[in-house]
Design a protein around this ligand. Structure first.
Ligand code: HEC
Ligand code: HEC
Length: 471
């Protein structure tokens, strides 16, 4: 059965698609990635659990420049795998060459946080909500629907006409319909799959009883840095753990701003709203280089500048949203305070920096499952785009002939089915209730790719096949 399905696809592939980089019959594992037992925070909503199909669609969407109005920019244009899905540019370039208002965030371990809001200022209430905002941003990807720009409905119509999308949506969702919710869910699944747990910190944490115990694989300096990170200032530490919480290194959802209130590209403006940071994992790449400037305004260029900032917080009188922990006065005391003074020695600063370097993994930079599936011409190589929720056993023989001319034949176990045939834009061209082997006059159907969906009325199971109609 499977062999026949592949042959059907081979015929289609010569017409529409090319060779193989993504094999839909042999998907990468996104749904069952190993997660260490000490990682407990997870913002995945029940209604959008990761599936291999969904995250694969998300990967294609993430790298597809056709999701921008002028086919120039994909999510990955600003979120580069080689920089832990961040950007080394202070601000990133949008589809028409404009720049973003803030520095692009690393997307590593976005899933493993208690904080479920996204963006530096938390304006997206979930990752799902976040994912279509860059697409609808006038500067970033240009489907804003404002000032003459096309809207998201235009993008959906555009995607309906792109050969691979209707079949891929059918693979994931059981029918080829493309909606904003489905785009959001697939993108969020892919982003949540990007995880980094192969750092030296993880190797040590796996064999230590808790975060605070010395890690046997660490140097004395790294262990000292870990203690400084974890301990509050009152106990001689730097208090980083109060907001960036090991072992996830996610941000405390209640954190206010950290005293960095600049605006990228506008020295006179201030912005008090930035109260979220991505996970502090993978600040550095495996070669020890920083994955871009730090903070929402990209104003800190080295980890030493970050540590110096927290060592001596300068309180701007206009900053009414500075986190109480950084005001340098006891909790609850009135006034903005003089700002936190940690008085760290040079050696302590170096130890803290050495510790932060242990949070870097390798896999996220190299694992092909998170890499660009498009070739240099922007073409996607897919194989096996034939089946969806494969309850294939009901089909005794695949739909034939393929390519289809005037008569459409289907051999199927006796049962009670809804047959629906869609064109490549997801529009219904034929529907019927069938109970077994079926032969239909297909003369009136449009030429091109057709998607055949058979839904078992009893179990709800759906089978989806692609077929080519020639004139
Ligand atoms: C033109 C550059 C650009 C493009 C294109 C872009 N982003 Fe971003 N991304 C950014 C910037 C800049 C931020 C921070 C913006 C802010 O907070 O105001 C960001 C933030 C994010 C965040 C928030 C991370 C967090 O921890 O809160 C996620 C998730 C994200 N982007 C995913 C995506 C996805 C998915 C796409 C494609 C649909 C995409 N981005 C396209 C630049 C870009
Ligand atoms: C009161 C909460 C709080 C404390 C304590 C705190 N941070 Fe932060 N941190 C934040 C917030 C909020 C941001 C995002 C700031 C922004 O860009 O506006 C941030 C950003 C960062 C960043 C930049 C992340 C990036 O992706 O650009 C680093 C690095 C960092 N903090 C390290 C530390 C270290 C090291 C300590 C301890 C010395 C520390 N933080 C203590 C709240 C805190």
């Amino acid at each position: 059965m499977k062999g026949t399905g592949l042959k059907v696809f081979a015929l289609i592939s010569t017409a529409a698609l090319i060779a193989a980089t993504i094999d839909l019959n042999n998907l990468d594992n996104y749904s069952d990635e190993p997660v260490p037992g000490y990682i407990l925070r997870d913002n995945t909503p029940d209604e959008n659990q990761i599936t291999d199909q969904g995250a694969t669609l998300g990967r294609i969407l993430f790298y597809d420049k056709k999701l921008s109005a002028n086919n120039a920019v994909a999510c990955a244009s600003c979120h580069h795998q080689q920089f832990a899905f961040g950007d080394t540019a202070l601000v990133s370039l949008g589809h028409l060459g404009g720049v973003t208002g803030r520095h692009a965030m690393r997307l590593v371990n976005a899933r493993y946080s208690e904080e479920s809001n996204f963006f530096w200022n938390e304006r997206a209430s979930s990752l799902e909500d976040q994912t279509t905002r860059p697409i609808q941003d006038a500067v970033e990807m240009g489907f804003s629907g404002q000032n003459g720009q096309p809207g998201l409905d235009s993008l959906i119509r555009k995607m309906e006409g792109i050969t691979y999308y209707p079949g891929l949506f059918a693979l994931v969702y059981g029918d080829p319909g493309i909606t904003e919710t489905r785009i959001q869910q697939a993108l969020a699944q892919f982003v949540r799959s990007i995880q980094s747990f192969d750092s030296r910190f993880d190797a040590g944490r796996a064999i230590a009883p808790n975060d605070g115990a010395p890690f046997p694989n660490f140097t004395p300096q790294e262990n000292q840095g870990k203690t400084i990170f974890l301990a509050p200032p009152a106990q001689g530490g730097a208090g980083c753990q109060g907001c960036h919480r090991a072992p996830e290194f996610d941000i405390d959802p209640l954190s206010l701003n950290n005293g960095i209130i600049g605006v990228a590209g506008d020295p006179d403006a201030i912005d008090l709203t930035n109260t979220k940071a991505p996970s502090l994992r993978d600040l550095f790449n495996p070669n020890g280089q920083l994955n871009g400037p730090l903070m929402h305004d990209g104003s800190l260029k080295t980890i030493r500048e970050v540590i110096d900032h927290y060592n001596q917080i300068t309180v701007d009188p206009a900053n009414t949203n500075l986190d109480p922990k950084l005001r340098g006065i006891p909790p609850g005391a009135p006034g903005p305070g003089p700002g936190q003074q940690l008085n760290l020695t040079d050696a302590q600063k170096n130890a803290l920096a050495a510790f932060l370097r242990t949070l870097t993994g390798n896999d996220i930079y190299t694992n092909p499952k998170w890499s660009d599936p498009f070739d240099e011409n922007g073409d996607l190589d897919l194989v096996g785009l034939t089946t969806a929720t494969v309850h294939h056993e009901i089909l005794r023989s695949v739909i034939f002939p393929n390519p289809l001319r005037s008569t459409f034949n289907l051999e199927i176990e006796p049962g009670n089915y809804d047959l629906s045939i869609f064109n490549s834009r997801g529009q219904l061209v034929h529907s019927a209730r069938i109970e077994g082997n079926t032969s239909i006059d297909a003369d009136a159907w449009p030429p091109g790719m057709l998607i055949v969906q058979i839904a078992d009325r009893r179990s709800g199971a759906k089978t989806v096949e692609k077929i080519l109609k020639v004139q």
